[in-house]
Each structure stands twice: as C-alpha cells, then as structure tokens.
Design a protein around this ligand. Sequence first.
Ligand code: PGA
Length: 254
Amino acid sequence: MKKKKKLLIVGNWKMYVSTMADAQVIARSISNRLKKYTNHTVVLCPAFLHIPLLSKGKRGPLLWGAQNVSAFDEGARTGEVGAGELADVGVSHVIVGHSERRALGETDADIARKVARARSYGIIPIVCIGESVRDTHGEYLRFIRDQLLGSLKGIPKKDLKHVVVAYEPVWAIGKKDTEAITPRDLHEMVIYIRKVLSDAFGVKEAQDVRVIYGGSVTSNNALSIVHEGEVSGLLIGRDSVKPDNLLAIVSLLS
Ligand code: PGA
C-alpha cells in the first residue's frame, strides 16, 4: 500500500479564545486525543499571551506556533513581539501575512522581513497569500505571483525548504464549507504556485516548499481538498478551537 504522506495541520486560533483557562482546556483536549494520530504534524497557534503556558512542560504531540511576529529584531519597538522571544517560549512555526493582517496595512516587504526574522531564529514561517476576488481574465494569477515573490524576497534558496506557503483565498475565509474552493481549482493554483517558485528559485527548491490550503476547511471538505487539491496540509481557523471538529479532520486524514 502507498505510504500516506505526512501532512502539516495548522490551527489558527485568531482571537477566538479569550481566557487562559479556556485555552488550556481546548489544548489539553486536542493533545490527549491526538496521541492516537501521530502520523501528521499538528501546530496550534494561540494568542501570544497564551503560548508560554501552553507550550511549557511535557511535550505532547503538539507543536506551537504564533499568529504574527515582528519584522524587527530586539530593541526599542514598543508593542512588538520578536522572533527571539517566540523561539524562547518554544514556538516552531509562525503565520505571517495572514489576510486579516494584510488588511491592517501589512505589505509584502513587511512580510519578507518577518520571514527573515523567523528564519534567523530557526522558526518556520507559514507565508499566507491569497486573492480577494477571482476575475475571468486571470488577473488574480498575476496578483498571486507578485504577492508570493514579494513576500519571499531576499530569502536564500537553501531556506526555502523551511518555508510553508499557505494559499488562502480571501473570499473563502470564514465562510460555509460549501463556499470553500473546489479541489480542482485548488489543484490548478497549487501547480501555478509551484511554477512561480520554480521559475524564481529553481525546480528542486520549489519542490521542497510545502503548499497548504486555508479557508473554510471542515470535516466535510478536508479529504477532497487534501487529496484532489494535492496540498501538503491545511490551515484551519474556526474549527481549530473546537476539539471535536479538529480531531474529526485529523482522523479522516489519518
Ligand atoms: P477559517 O479561517 O477556517 O475560519 O475559514 C482560516 C484562516 O483564516 O486561516
């Protein structure tokens, strides 16, 4: 039988969990039940404040990620959280350039700096890209290419294998699962993303990049998105703070 590929499943908790107590209950429930499904890598990205308490102590089957990181290194940067601080509390992954942050004014250049900061501390950046609308002339493809190359500007080729690209069409985030992308359209986009990467960085380097999908993933569509869309994992928002729903997705893929 063909060996199943190891997927990367990332839970983006956004600002859904307001107390430390709730965060602990959710994380414990996911961690306990995940012990049965060790074939995939599951990364949870809680609020900054909750990370150290969740990540400390015995390491369970979970890895910890952050939802953002400063584009700057240490110093006089009021209100920023640096990659060094994240690495110190056990963060292995960080989401950068999520559309909800781009909507607040983050540019591709900011994101490229965040990627560099993350890499300098050995953290894997999960670089989000995605168009807001799809036109019939294919303009969105040019938009995706510019966003992708702009967000990875300056990254050394050898570092690409430590980068995850999360394709998250903005029009598919936070919707009903029936409104998520079709696996066929996703597959086309994954091929396109790899082509852009391969033209810019080389065929081998492009192959090493993990491309994952996010936007209204539930247990109803996860299987077809992964298998027909041919992505290497998922970025899950709402359903990642509901242990039953997240575990349903993981078990289907296991
Ligand atoms: P969603 O969010 O699963 O709630 O659509 C995905 C995301 O924004 O990363």
